[in-house]
Design a protein around this ligand. Structure first.
Ligand SMILES: Nc1ncnc2c1ncn2[C@@H]1O[C@H](COP(=O)(O)OP(=O)(O)OP(=O)(O)O)[C@@H](O)[C@H]1O
Length: 292
């Protein structure tokens, strides 16, 4: 195990005493400032893993270490964004974020907390909507508030569970762009669940591929060798895009089930750089993962 910022070692979870574990021997690492996505079929345990990382759920075995400390419960060191934005309906946009900011820094006077909150509201493009209530916002705007709130507490790690799953394609693209901008400005460390392979290729430095459950595990870690400057508009023009995309889709369609049927495999996930074996030069971000 390397010296990753987040270390997940041999994690397992079972919900019943007599049944098989949902996932088993799950090990991976995420470096500081790295954006990691996890992809796998419905029910393999992605949300459960995220909840364990958040400290909201106990594992049945294994450990999670973040910044050299074991994760044992919820903490404001980790910001969480859910698919259902979970805003407080009686607070305005500003109120929702100020509430989070004052939980993080209880000694801050209201003015300072508001100023801080406004910075993050502006970052997600919601300037002018500070005094709107969640019921007056579109789905995309609500999700932006959720993202601003998570960033505003300046967490050591951001955990996102399909944050764009409920958005239409156009809004999803706009909010993805905003997330990319904020992440590159703040060097935020991120763990995100998505079902969308294109979204993973756009956002992630590395992509964890999870086999089907029960006894699901991280079967492969795909390194995104496309340049960091990729955008939604230009990434389709890079031949690496299709190599990575085909690799991910092939995993979901074939290998995720084959690996599960084959039973226990290697506890250590294989690290893959699609296309490199075909002589495609690596255009790396310099953000190579630690061996998981
Ligand atoms: N609280 C719970 N009690 C019992 N079983 C649970 C509980 N939460 C999840 N499970 C089961 O654990 C398995 C993994 O669920 P989880 O939600 O983590 O999967 P997922 O990969 O995130 O799925 P999806 O992509 O559909 O969100 C499923 O079979 C689910 O039914």
């Amino acid at each position: 195990m390397g010296k990753a910022f987040l270390i997940v070692d041999n994690l397992s979870k079972r919900y019943t005493d007599d049944g098989p574990p949902v996932f088993d021997k799950v090990s991976f690492g995420i470096d500081k400032g790295e954006f990691a996505c996890i992809i796998g079929h419905s029910g393999c345990g992605k949300t459960t893993i995220l909840n364990v990382l958040a400290g909201l759920e106990a594992s049945s075995g294994g450990v999670v270490i973040m910044d050299q400390r074991e994760v044992k419960g919820p903490s404001l060191d980790r910001g969480v964004v859910f698919q259902s934005h979970a805003l407080m309906p009686w607070f305005s946009v500003l109120g929702n974020i100020v509430f989070a900011v004052r939980s993080r820094w209880p000694d801050w006077p209201r003015d300072k907390a508001e100023e801080h909150a406004r910075r993050f509201i502006a970052m997600v493009g919601l300037k002018g909507a500070e005094h709107k209530k969640p019921s007056e916002l579109s789905g995309g705007m609500k999700q932006r508030v959720g993202i601003a709130r998570a960033f505003s507490i300046e967490p050591k790690m951001l955990l996102m569970d399909e944050p764009f799953g409920a958005l239409d394609a156009l809004t999803r693209g706009v909010v993805q762009d905003e997330l990319l901008k904020i992440c590159s400005a703040t060097h935020q460390t991120v763990f995100m669940i998505t079902h969308d392979v294109d979204e993973a290729i756009l956002l992630a430095d590395k992509i964890f591929l999870m086999s089907n459950g029960p006894r699901a595990r991280i079967a492969e870690v795909v390194v995104n060798t496309m340049p960091k400057t990729r955008t939604r508009e230009n990434m389709h023009h890079d031949p690496q895009f299709y190599r990575i995309r085909n690799h991910l889709v092939d995993f979901l369609v074939h290998r995720s089930r084959q690996i599960q049927e084959a039973g226990a495999g290697d506890a250590v996930a294989r690290m893959i750089m699609p296309g490199l074996e075909e002589g495609i030069p690596a255009q790396t971000s310099g953000n190579f993962p630690q061996a998981a």
